[in-house]
Design a protein around this ligand. Structure first.
Ligand code: MIC
Ligand code: SF4
Length: 644
């Protein structure tokens, strides 16, 4: 067995371990972040469970920390009070980014983790099976319920050779993205092995595992070896170490990457899968460089940048911002005088939070060219629709900051930053550790006016007749469906947030969908390949559900989004013949007869296009559990009806 299979088998509750079959997995740890967490805890509350039943659950506040207006602060108060009551550890805003913190302080090799954030697989860097999930799935796991996945195919990525100075983990994962692309990897786990791992520290492994999310894989996993042990020891957690390694020839498919052949890479606008070399852009002017995010904000990353910038000035025409991943990273750099070096070089020091990565601030100027060390460069995600965002390594970002243009860091004497023997451990901003798992039941829950309710789903109708309310193309991300940035503050208020569904893709969507809903006409979304890439935000299903969307018909749908659609009672259909996508238009009236029997049966249906008198076939492969959820009108409705 490989490491993935070893961990999954040890947590298998039911189902056949056959690729593609739905299995139930026991979850040891959960994490939430604030932007998805409020809904997750509202859903937890509505399930009537009084305290968490996991080994460990942590509620991080890292996304909405800008706090313009009362909304974010209301959310924080709610999250803090719920955490205290139900036995969840609460990480205060300012402590850092969930994935970086979880790796530093809580991740354990061999354990399972789900998080209401698509980059939860960062934990794979430490030998966990860590997966992104919808908030409601995390709520179920916090209540002791299973998490359901399709048993994965495991692709072995064999790393050989040694990185040359100036080339780092970000370039490795960009090379993997160049080879495998950002679609078509659903249902797979990428597991890394090979001789090169001995020289790859845990933060580097975590960078690679983090951006597995951009491949669309279920998760990415590294073994747990002496490198892992040294990291945990330096975090004062050697007792959490166990060894985990793959047996020989344990993969369904393998691919080998020789690290010595790698050069600095960049993902070009507007998708992490558009990988080019830094060399092909050399000298091209850049306007903004932002270093941080859960991908590249470790002590190793920021220290490398600080050493490259120390004693020098960033180019006058470029704005440079640095966001460390955690309080630990900030404190260590401060103690070593390196924060001062960054400030002296002309960098703007940003809060250790998601910030720029989610477009919460630092939106660039019109038509700006930006280099960022984050993981997503979807159109408009920065908050500026016309901006062109390239994803690069911290080394490339620092070298480019000095010259104000794309620069290859290999010419810059990039220092080697070894892992420290001991990290500065300071858990002062983690609250309620002493009552974790137990909680303080008498805690009053604080619900400001921004804290709304979870809308109820309605059972699936006998027959679906509705309008193709929108037709979109390939690689539509959940950022397209449910924009974040300036709209993030409405995450706890569905009627308000729903006004922005497809805001940038089609500003008329909300009015049309609402008019249909109010007239009793169902809404149907038409889409191309890889619908629902990116963020795990279940709001991309929840808000459409609120607007009366009952089905999505796409060429293909990404894993987390498909699960979210089912959780909120929206049928995820795929075209049987992808060519039929061309024969149906926005505005067409569509009908599916006997929908309930279709869902209860084999998931195959014929859609009648009443607008042009044609038909086409659709399908959806569902487990018995998923059928029950859809028929009931979603997971919460199923729980209420005793059908979950
Ligand atoms: C993201 O990177 O897109 C986010 C914001 O972290 C999301 C979660 C969210 O939308 O709140 C994710 O990756 O799941
Ligand atoms: Fe935060 Fe960005 Fe990471 Fe999402 S990808 S968790 S917004 S830092």
């Amino acid at each position: 067995m490989n490491v993935t299979e070893k961990i999954l088998h040890a947590h298998l509750l039911s189902g056949e371990p056959v690729p593609g079959q739905e299995v139930a997995i026991r979850i040891d740890q959960t994490l939430t972040q604030d932007a998805t967490g409020t809904m997750a805890y509202l859903q937890f509350e509505s399930m009537g469970i009084d305290r968490v039943k996991t080994e460990l659950s942590v509620s991080y506040v890292d996304h909405n920390t800008v706090q313009i207006g009362f909304e974010n602060a209301d959310d924080h108060d709610y999250l803090q009070s719920v955490a205290r009551k139900i036995g969840v550890i609460y990480s205060k805003p300012g402590n850092g980014i969930c994935h970086q913190l979880h790796l530093e302080r809580f991740g354990k090799p061999g354990k399972t983790l789900i998080g209401s954030d698509s980059h939860t697989p960062t934990g794979g860097g430490i030998g966990m099976v860590a997966m992104g999930a919808g908030g409601i799935d995390v709520a179920v796991a916090m209540g002791g319920g299973a998490y359901y996945i399709a048993w994965p195919k495991v692709v072995g990525i064999r790393l050989v050779g040694r990185l040359t100075p100036g080339v780092s983990a970000k370039d490795i994962i960009l090379a993997v993205l160049r080879r495998f692309g950002s679609k078509g990897n659903v249902g797979k786990v990428f597991e890394y092995y090979g001789p090169a791992l001995a020289a790859l520290d845990v933060p580097s492994r975590a960078t690679i595992a983090n951006m597995g999310a951009e491949l669309g894989v279920t998760t990415s996993v590294f073994p747990s070896d002496e490198v892992t042990r040294a990291f945990l020891k330096a975090q004062g957690r050697e007792a959490d170490w166990v060894e985990l390694k793959a047996d020989d020839a344990a993969y369904d498919e393998t691919w080998e990457l020789d690290l010595s052949t790698l050069e600095p890479l960049a993902a070009a606008p507007h998708n992490p899968g558009n990988v080019e070399t830094v060399a092909e852009h050399a000298g091209q002017r850049v306007n903004q460089i932002l270093i941080g995010s859960c991908t590249n904000s470790s002590y190793r990353d920021i220290k490398t940048v600080a050493l490259l910038l120390k004693g020098k000035q960033v180019h006058p025409d470029v704005e440079v911002g640095i966001a460390c991943g955690s309080k630990q990273v900030v404190r260590m750099l401060a103690d070593e005088g390196l924060l001062s070096a960054l400030i002296a070089s002309g960098c703007r020091i940003l809060e250790n939070a998601c910030g720029f990565c989610i477009g919460a601030h630092m939106s660039p100027a019109t038509n700006a060219v930006c280099l960022r060390t984050s993981n997503r460069n979807f159109e408009g995600r920065s908050g500026t629709l016309s901006a062109k965002v390239y994803l690069v390594s911290p080394e490339t970002a620092a070298a480019s900051a000095l010259v104000g243009a794309f620069a290859d860091p290999r010419g810059c004497n990039v220092p080697d930053v070894p892992m420290p023997g001991a990290f500065t451990v300071d858990d002062g901003m983690f609250l309620y550790r002493e009552t974790a798992g137990q909680g303080i039941p008498e805690t009053p829950i604080l619900r400001g006016p921004n804290i709304g309710q979870v809308p109820a789903g309605k059972p699936l109708p006998e027959q679906l007749e509705g309008q193709a309310v929108i037709k979109v193309g390939d690689k539509i991300t959940t950022d397209h469906i449910m924009p974040a940035g300036a709209r993030l503050k409405y995450r706890s208020n569905i009627p308000e947030y729903a006004k922005y569904v497809f805001e940038h893709t089609d500003p008329g969507f909300y009015e049309r969908a609402l008019a249909n809903r109010n007239a009793g006409t169902a809404n149907i979304i038409l889409a191309g390949e890889s619908y629902g890439q990116g963020s795990s935000r279940e709001h991309a299903a929840l808000c459409p559900m609120f607007l009366g969307v009952r089905a999505v018909i796409a060429k293909s749908i990404e894993r987390i989004h498909r699960a979210n659609l089912i959780n909120f009672g929206i049928v995820p259909f795929e075209f049987v013949r992808p060519e039929d996508y061309a024969c149906v238009a926005q505005g067409d009236r569509l009908r599916i007869d006997a929908l309930r029997s279709v869902i209860a049966g084999n998931g195959r249906a014929t859609v009648t296009n009443l607008s042009n008198n044609t038909t086409f076939d659709v399908k959806t492969d569902l487990s018995e559990r998923q059928k029950r959820l859809l028929l009931a009108g979603g997971l919460l409705a199923a729980v209420a009806q005793g059908q979950a």
